[in-house]
Write a protein that binds this ligand. Structure first.
Ligand code: ATP
Ligand code: MG
Length: 612
């Protein structure tokens, strides 16, 4: 101890490599990003042994000269970060995926790396190799224009890292995942991924523009995503948001179908994930997740990509603006989608009726991990939207519902002026639960409870938006014990909370006292709700989460107060329900993301009977 010594270059490189190259998938990511930065139109990837034994990436990009090759494998050597006339580089203006000059030397430090490259102007290619940090001189070699990089025996020089790798299959899946993410962001580039000899992914180059983008997304996320997604195109100040958002009924049990890109870079950004969750909170139970592919484009100077060694996180200069744009655009799109439920709903219904199940939509053997093999999986198991906080809702909920119903007069629609009724005319009720309606070219089956629940919920939300939140003073103020940071966080936002109907203030360290609550809550368990709020605040820093919370509560009340399955309805009541669904936003799914109705076209029914 006490003697300070400089580390050898080999050790420095291995330490750096530990951050940049965590597993085979991260090496693949770096190499594919380099090919994209080099302007490649075709990128072919071959792996073996989950990427541990071999990664070979061939591109038709701009290639490297002999001099560039020698430099490329040195640390902190890059062609991408431009210097100004004073020699200073601007780390805040990064338009390429790479910028540090770390990837190739890092891979070379821990594996056997061989690079073969040729520029369009040169009549020969050159090769350089690095094995565990040992560089061999650049030599002429035979090769076509572009670059072929081979990485063998990854981590042979850092055996400890090998022990942390998952099994071959898991590593292979991680490689496929990153290739898919990069391919989604670059539809104009053709990709192939081969595992040993098996073809895992083959993507043709797509046309530029929205059609090409949707084509690529469909090829990766499954055709049913493309059919059940709404296009997003919004801008605020200098930020543009594009992409596709899945209909709420097309939901998933995990967030794996959420793909987020910032300036062509796949990221897993908490802010963006939170914004997506917020935008859909209104339509989905907490444990259901939407499928989205969102592309944020903004001035590189407004986003810092240099915050994570794998560049998988970014920091926005104006995070609130980005979040607002995403939430606003998604909500708007979902609103516009109106009562359209996803086609998978009808497919699932037909699938259940058909004697032979159809093959999965997935393209290529591998897309299976993304595309649901059984389309109905998405909404099979609804979960309660609200856990824990509210034990008794009964009479109170019924009263709220009665009030909400009395407040709005629903125009009776049997004599509606429009001859086109998308949800048709009620022909009957089955099992006191389902309404059967006839449309111009098919039939509609409505789940009366789910539909009514959604309508009541939308009415309550509307009332809240129009008349504000009325508060109710608690006879005995309630003291809620929390952890100190949570209590502070709540107290700091007392003003905002008051607007939403909560009047509370700090009560010594680690507690708040609640004096008033939104009247809509009635006798609900206020303490539990406030604790939940505090949890959410620590996760999310936007006021949005508070509003969502209230909407969540409305959802629960609506659920308990709605027409139960099992009640007989008159023809007028049924038609009134259908007409109201037609004019109510979001009525295609209930508050848990389940569909409220299924439409079967006559052509579908004819096919069922083999008449087509
Ligand atoms: N496939 C390729 N085609 C053409 N040039 C390449 C290719 N791969 C790497 N290079 C060149 O080698 C240099 C070093 O690559 P490396 O990935 O190590 O760093 P970088 O991409 O500049 O930055 P980062 O470490 O952030 O990825 C690049 O700047 C680029 O000039
Ligand atoms: Mg790079």
């Amino acid at each position: 101890m006490g003697v300070v010594r400089r580390l050898s270059e080999g050790t420095i490189n291995r330490i750096a490599a530990g951050e940049v190259v965590e597993r085979p998938a991260s090496a693949v990511k770096e190499l594919v990003e380099n090919a994209l930065d080099a302007g490649a139109r075709h990128i072919d990837i071959v792996i073996a042994g989950g990427g541990r034994d071999l990664i070979r990436i061939t591109d038709d990009g701009s290639g490297m000269s002999a001099d560039d090759l020698a430099l490329a494998i040195e640390r902190h050597a890059t062609s991408k970060l431009k210097a100004d006339e004073t020699g200073r580089e601007d780390l805040h203006d990064i338009a390429t995926l790479g910028f540090r000059g770390e990837a190739l030397p890092s891979i070379g430090a821990v594996a056997r790396l061989s690079i073969l490259s040729r520029t369009p102007g040169s009549d020969t290619a050159h090769r350089v190799t690095v094995e565990g940090g040992q560089v061999s001189p650049v030599e002429p070699a035979a090769g076509t224009v572009g670059t072929r990089i081979e990485v063998r025996d990854l981590f042979f020089a850092t055996p400890a890292r090998l022990k942390f790798l998952k099994g071959e299959r898991a590593e292979t899946l991680a490689v496929a995942d990153i290739v898919k993410r990069l391919a989604m962001a670059h539809p104009e580039v053709a990709f192939s991924l081969t595992n040993e000899t098996r073809n895992m992914l083959r993507l043709e180059a797509e046309m530029p523009g929205e059609v090409g983008q949707l084509g690529r997304l469909g090829a990766i996320m499954g055709r049913d995503f493309a059919e059940n997604a709404i296009g997003i195109d919004a801008a605020r100040e200098n930020i543009v948001l594009k992409g596709f958002a899945g209909l709420p009924t097309y939901n998933r049990g995990t967030a794996q179908m959420q793909f987020l890109f910032v300036n062509g870079r796949p990221v897993r950004d908490k802010l963006v994930i939170g914004a997506v969750r917020g935008a859909y909170a209104d339509y989905l139970a907490r444990d259901r997740h939407p499928a989205v592919a969102l592309f944020v484009e903004l001035d590189p100077r407004d986003v810092d990509v240099n915050v994570h060694p794998a560049k998988s996180e970014v920091r926005f200069r104006d995070a609130g603006l980005v979040r607002g744009l995403i939430v606003g655009a998604l909500r708007h799109a979902l609103h516009e989608a109106g009562h359209r439920a996803s086609t998978t709903v009808a497919d699932a219904a037909l699938g259940a009726l058909r004697p032979v199940t159809q093959p999965s939509f997935a393209t290529g053997g591998f897309a299976r991990s993304y595309a649901p093999s059984a389309p109905q999986g998405g909404f099979a198991e609804p979960a309660p939207a609200w856990q824990g906080a509210f034990a008794d809702l009964g009479a109170h909920a019924a009263r709220i519902v009665a009030e909400a119903e009395a407040a709005d007069v629903v125009p009776l629609s049997a004599d509606a002026p429009s001859p086109v009724l998308p949800l048709g005319v009620a022909r009957g009720q089955l099992h006191e639960t389902y309404i059967i309606a006839q449309t111009v070219d098919g039939i509609v089956i409505v789940d009366q409870h789910a539909a009514h629940e959604r309508l009541v919920y939308e009415r309550m939300k509307k009332a809240m938006a129009e008349r504000g939140v009325s508060r109710q003073i608690l006879l005995i103020p309630e003291v809620v014990e929390l952890d100190e940071a949570d209590a502070e966080r709540l107290a700091a936002r007392a003003g905002e909370l008051a607007e939403l109907g909560f009047v509370l203030e700090g009560f010594g360290a680690g507690a708040v006292v609640i004096r008033e609550v939104p009247a809509i809550f009635g006798k609900l368990d206020v303490g539990a709700l406030v604790r939940d709020l505090a949890d959410d605040l620590s996760e999310m820093e936007e006021a949005l989460s508070l509003k969502e919370k209230l909407e969540d509560v409305c959802g629960t009340i609506a659920c308990h107060g709605s027409v139960r399955a099992g009640r007989r309805l008159t023809a007028e009541e049924m038609n009134a329900l259908l007409r109201e669904m037609e004019v109510t936003p979001h009525s295609g799914q209930c508050n848990h993301g389940r569909p409220t109705y299924v439409e079967l076209k006559l052509t579908d029914i004819e096919r069922l009977f083999g008449r087509r």
